[in-house]
Design a protein around this ligand. Structure first.
Ligand code: WAQ
Ligand code: MG
Length: 659
């Protein structure tokens, strides 16, 4: 009210004269108001305004037309662009801007109520309910802040604040042509300077945009990051008035006709931090709602057939340390000695400082164990797959991948840039057919898990290798769950079938070998290509000597104690027969025994119940396995006792029955 009077009375006071001088200066540049209004079937879609110098009018009009035509509410059938000389300007200092992070509409409305309480605005819930009526309005509702009586003469249109812009809008216009944030701040600043207005509430009318704001002169422009439910079209603006009825026309006149330039509008959505994180929180909530939320669990003891969780001892049926070598004193001593001798870390990639005698020794040992010319170490199995596949095939090549392959194979295929052709699970006829279709490609590579990590079944290796030979394709298998598990002496899937080995045998040090790292056993040429091209080999620090030496010691134990492999096999047979006896379908030729549950939440519930009962058996869900095929994944160790396995089978049968 004060400002409006000051403008009208400017001729008479010293203060007013200063303002008038500034207005005149602005006027000299020849400013124009460019307004856009878009509608369809007479219904308002959007409107905006810029105040710009004459030489920018055409560009501005074009940008606003563009914006009218691409509004989220839909395409307009009528766009009005109005250009008017703007004359002299009243300059207003921008309201201070703050952001309030809220996560639900309820929380946002509570925040709005709290913020407006200082201005004596109390009936927030009633006011908020009016936003279902503002959607189709071009302008705002003008409401008596206390009686909630509507004061605008044209209720369908509302009161439209016009002739206002940001002093800096030109620079912005060239950048994007559109800045909702700055426009809302400009509008709110003008509105709070109108006589009789004591506050404003704005909720975006975009169903996907849940942010709004409240404003008063005292609290400034207070963004509220979530003030409505996503998907709700309800939104608009409500101006809150307190004063005599006869002064309402003056207020409307100021809003609709006073020419205003707002100075100091922040250039970017001020603290963007909360807003960026809000979208992250929303994504997390969506994951949670689908029963797909994941978290890490801390084991407070070394992991063997039993371990400690949250101060309780539980039986562990989920470790990939199949032969119980991670805790073996010979293995841990080797790691400790290597740490003292070579240091904790290698300090670099294999191609810089990261190759030490332990690395070379383990590579020789692995090559001899698998019967290949060479072996190459990687920091993890994931890196071994990603690096090897993308080194061997690329654009113009074809990579054929089993539909149930591990994520690290899938990622390697994607990253390679080769055409990825997925064949039916363990279906060698399908693989053959698809290989035949890839004759035109430069190179063909077929890749498969040897033991499928979530199903526990075994690749039909002889026919896999045969199909690859016949179609001149490279063959690669992932022995993460087959090394130390398959074959009489644990050499893996080739020993199991007694057949020729494929071109590439990838494996890990982190499962039956009890340490960490990945490896590839292959011929000299492919090994050299990997050293030269595999980015995960070249651009990552090599595994440290302690891990490498531990794996080497574990491999020596595996070679000298084949009984461990036999014990593992006996345990799997015992466990699956116990389950079958209790009516739970379970079979496996490997150490992995899946129990299919189906529903994601149900699998989670069963797993939680089992933990209560003292058994750590995780639920495996999408995206690790297909949606609706959630399962318990039991991993058996050579060191489990029959008592442990019998008790686990009983607990599983019980939990599945009561779920
Ligand atoms: N005068 C009065 N009411 C208006 C005006 C105006 N000049 N412009 C728009 N409205 C009303 C009208 O009912 C619209 O449908 C509604 O407001 C929404 O207008 O900090 O989306 O231009 O991230 O779509 C605020 C949050 C977003 C910004 C506001 O405005 C932020 C928004 P829109
Ligand atoms: Mg909008």
């Amino acid at each position: 009210m004060v400002l409006y009077a000051a403008q009208r009375d400017s001729k008479d006071s010293g203060k007013g004269r200063t303002r008038r001088n500034r207005m005149d200066q602005t006027g000299q540049y020849g400013l124009y108001s460019v307004k856009m209004r878009a509608s369809r079937d007479g219904a308002h879609i959007s409107g905006a305004e810029r105040i710009v110098p004459s030489d920018t009018v055409a560009k501005t009009a074009a940008a606003l037309a563009e914006r009218a035509l691409s509004h989220p509410k839909g395409a307009p059938d009528f766009v009005n662009i109005k250009i008017e000389g703007a004359g002299s300007m009243l300059r207003l200092k921008v309201l201070p801007v703050s952001t309030n992070v809220t996560h639900t509409a309820e929380e946002g409305i509570a925040k709005a109520a709290e913020l407006l309480a200082g201005a004596g605005i109390t009936r927030i819930n009633e006011i908020m309910s009016l936003f279902s009526e503002t959607y189709a309005m071009r302008g705002a509702m003008l409401l008596d802040a206390d009686t909630l009586e509507r004061l605008e003469p044209d209720r369908a249109r509302g009161v439209r604040a016009t002739y206002m812009d940001d002093a800096e809008s030109l620079a912005r216009l060239s950048a994007s042509g559109k800045n909702h944030y700055a426009e809302a701040i400009v509008l709110a600043t003008k509105v709070q300077n109108a006589p009789g207005i004591i506050g404003e509430i704005c909720v975006s009318d975009d169903p996907d945009y849940v942010t709004g704001y409240v404003a008063t002169r005292e609290i400034g422009y207070q963004r509220i990051t979530t003030i409505k439910e996503k998907g709700s079209p309800n939104g608009g603006r409500i101006f809150l008035y307190r004063g005599p009825r006869e002064d309402v026309p003056k207020t409307i006149d100021f809003l609709e006709h006073a020419r205003v330039i707002v100075e100091g509008v922040p250039a970017l959505p001020a603290p963007a931090e909360e807003h960026r994180l809000e979208s992250v929180s929303a994504e997390l909530r969506a994951i949670e709602e689908r029963g797909l939320s994941r978290r890490c669990r801390t084991l407070s003891s070394p992991t063997g057939p039993v371990a400690e969780i949250d101060g309780r001892t539980v039986a562990v049926l989920s470790s990939n340390d199949y032969l119980d070598l991670a805790r073996d004193p010979r293995v841990t001593q080797a790691a400790a000695d290597a740490a003292l001798r070579w240091g904790a870390g290698s300090g670099g990639s294999r191609l810089t400082t990261g190759t030490q005698p332990p690395h070379e020794a383990l590579e020789r040992h692995l090559a001899a164990f698998k019967g290949t010319e060479r072996a190459i170490l990687f920091a993890t199995g994931y890196m071994a797959n990603v690096g090897t596949i993308s080194a061997l095939v690329g654009k113009g090549d074809a990579v054929l991948s089993d539909e149930l392959n591990h994520a690290s194979i899938i990622d390697g295929c994607r990253l390679s840039g080769a055409d990825v052709i997925v064949y039916r699970h363990n279906d060698m006829a399908d693989l053959g057919r698809k290989l035949a279709l890839c004759r035109g490609h430069r190179r063909r590579l077929a890749v498969s898990d040897a033991v499928f990590s979530m199903d526990g079944d075994i690749l039909d290796l002889p026919r896999f290798v045969d199909a690859c030979r016949r179609h001149d394709a490279f063959s690669m298998i992932d022995e993460a769950h087959s090394t130390g598990v398959l074959g009489a002496s644990g050499r893996g899937i080739c020993e199991h079938f007694g057949c020729e080995h494929p071109d590439i045998l990838m494996g890990t040090l982190s499962k039956a070998l009890g340490s960490e790292g990945g490896f590839v056993c292959t011929c000299r040429e492919i090994a050299e290509l990997i050293v030269n091209k595999a980015r995960s080999f070249i651009f990552s620090t090599s595994p440290g000597a302690p891990a490498v030496t531990a794996a080497d010691a574990a491999l020596t134990i595996l070679e000298s104690e084949p009984d461990r492999v036999a014990a593992l096999r006996r345990n799997v047979a015992f466990f699956t027969s116990e389950l079958s006896r209790l009516g739970i379908a379970a079979k496996s030729e490997s150490a992995i025994v899946p129990i299919i549950v189906g529903d994601e939440r149900k699998a989670m519930d069963i797993s939680a119940k089992l933990l209560d009962d003292g058994f750590l058996i995780p639920a495996i869900r999408y995206p690790t396995v297909a949606r609706g095929s959630a399962r318990l994944r039991c991993a058996i160790m050579s060191a489990h006792t029959e008592d442990q396995l019998r008790a686990a089978a009983a607990a599983i049968a019980n939990a599945c029955r009561s779920a």
